[in-house]
Design a protein around this ligand. Structure first.
Ligand SMILES: [Zn+2]
Length: 316
C-alpha cells in the first residue's frame, strides 16, 4: 500500500503557518508529523476501520504531542504541540523521547460507539527490544503492528514541505479471515511453506527505497523500480474526492462542551480577565468566541449554539 499526500499535507502546513501564535513547524517536527500522517492513512486504509484511527505521540521532549486522525473516508487532520526549542537537525528522540519516556498510541474509535463502550487503544514505547531509542517513527509502528496484529510489517515513510508519503508492506496470513486474528498457528505453517523467504525478499526490496525516491517519484515509478521482477496486481488508486484530504471535525458545540468541562469558576475567571472565552482549533485554526451570555448558557443548559452553527456530524 502506497500513499502520497500532497494537497492535504500542504493544507495542514499552510494552516499551521497562518497561526500567528505558533508559526510554521520547524523542519524536524514537520517531518515527524508528515510521516505520522502518511502512516495514519496507510493504517486506516489497511484495516478499513469503521471509525476514526488516531495516531498519537506523547513526547517527553520539546514536542509534547503529535496527533493524526484519519476517518474511514480517508479525510484527515493533524497537529503537533511544541513547547520548547527544536534544533534544525533534531532527531526523533531529541524531540519526543529525551528520557525514553515517550509513547506512541494507536486508537480505534468506532463510529457508532455504544454508551460506555471504550475505544480500543494500543500503546507502544519509543524504544526497541533492548531499550535502545528508536529514531524512526516507522520502526515504532512496525513494532506496534507486530505486537497487536502479529503481522510482519515493513514501513517506509518520508515527508517534506510538499509531500508526506509512505509505503507499507505486510505479510497476510495464508489462512483465516482478515488479518487481525493473530493466528500464530498459520504463521508457523507459512514458514513451513516457505512464505517467509518471499516476504524477506520483498522486505529487502522495500527497505532499499530511499526517502528522496519516496518523496520525488510517482507510484508507478516506485513500484516498477522496487518490484519489477515480482508479479504485481494493482488496485485503482483513491484520489480526489475519494482520496485522502484535509477535513476538520471541530464545531461550536464540541468547543462549548470542552469549555463547560473547565467548570464555572474557571470560566468566570477567564471572562473577568478577557471579557470573553476564545478557543482556537489546533487542527484547522478556526476561532470560537463565547461572550459572557454564551458562556453562561453553557452552564444553564440552554443551547449555546446559534442557528447558523450547525454541528458537522454525529457527536459522541
Ligand atoms: Zn478545527
Amino acid at each position: 500500500m502506497l500513499v502520497r499526500l500532497t494537497d492535504a499535507w500542504q493544507d495542514i502546513l499552510a494552516r499551521r503557518a497562518a497561526n500567528t501564535e505558533t508559526g510554521a513547524y520547524p523542519a524536524p517536527v514537520r517531518q515527524l508529523l508528515g510521516e505520522m500522517a502518511a502512516a495514519g492513512v496507510l493504517m486506516q486504509g489497511n484495516i478499513k476501520f469503521n471509525g476514526a484511527l488516531v495516531l498519537q505521540i506523547f513526547g517527553d521532549g520539546p514536542v509534547k504531542l503529535g496527533v493524526v486522525e484519519v476517518q474511514p473516508d480517508l479525510s484527515l487532520r493533524a497537529t503537533c504541540t511544541q513547547v520548547g526549542e527544536v534544533a534544525p537537525d533534531a532527531s526523533l528522540s531529541q524531540m519526543v523521547n529525551v528520557n525514553n519516556e515517550g509513547r506512541c498510541a494507536i486508537t480505534l474509535d468506532p463510529q457508532d460507539r455504544l454508551p460506555g463502550q471504550q475505544p480500543y487503544q494500543g500503546v507502544v514505547p519509543l524504544f526497541g527490544d533492548r531499550g535502545e531509542k528508536l529514531e524512526n517513527i516507522s520502526e515504532v509502528l512496525e513494532h506496534y503492528m507486530l505486537q497487536s496484529e502479529q503481522l510482519d510489517t515493513v514501513l517506509v515513510l518520508a515527508a517534506d514541505d510538499k509531500v508526506a508519503a509512505g509505503l507499507l508492506i505486510q505479510r497476510l496470513p495464508v489462512e483465516g479471515e482478515g488479518n487481525l486474528a493473530g493466528k500464530t498457528d498459520s504463521l508457523l505453517r507459512e514458514s513451513v511453506l516457505g512464505q517467509s523467504e518471499d516476504f524477506s525478499r520483498i522486505s529487502i526490496l522495500t527497505k532499499s527505497l530511499k526517502r528522496e525516491e519516496l518523496l520525488g517519484l510517482d507510484a508507478e515509478t516506485i513500484l516498477h523500480r522496487l518490484y519489477w521482477e515480482e508479479p504485481l496486481a494493482r488496485f485503482e488508486p483513491f484520489i480526489g474526492e475519494t482520496g485522502p484530504r484535509f477535513a476538520c471535525r471541530c464545531n461550536r458545540e464540541r468547543v462549548g462542551r470542552m469549555i463547560r468541562s473547565l467548570g464555572t469558576e474557571e470560566v468566570e475567571g477567564i471572562i473577568a480577565e478577557q471579557g470573553q472565552v476564545e478557543v482556537g482549533c489546533d487542527f484547522c485554526g478556526a476561532q470560537y468566541r463565547f461572550d459572557p451570555v454564551d458562556a453562561a448558557g453553557l452552564f444553564t443548559g440552554l443551547p449555546a449554539d446559534l442557528p447558523n452553527n450547525l454541528p458537522d456530524g454525529p457527536v459522541h
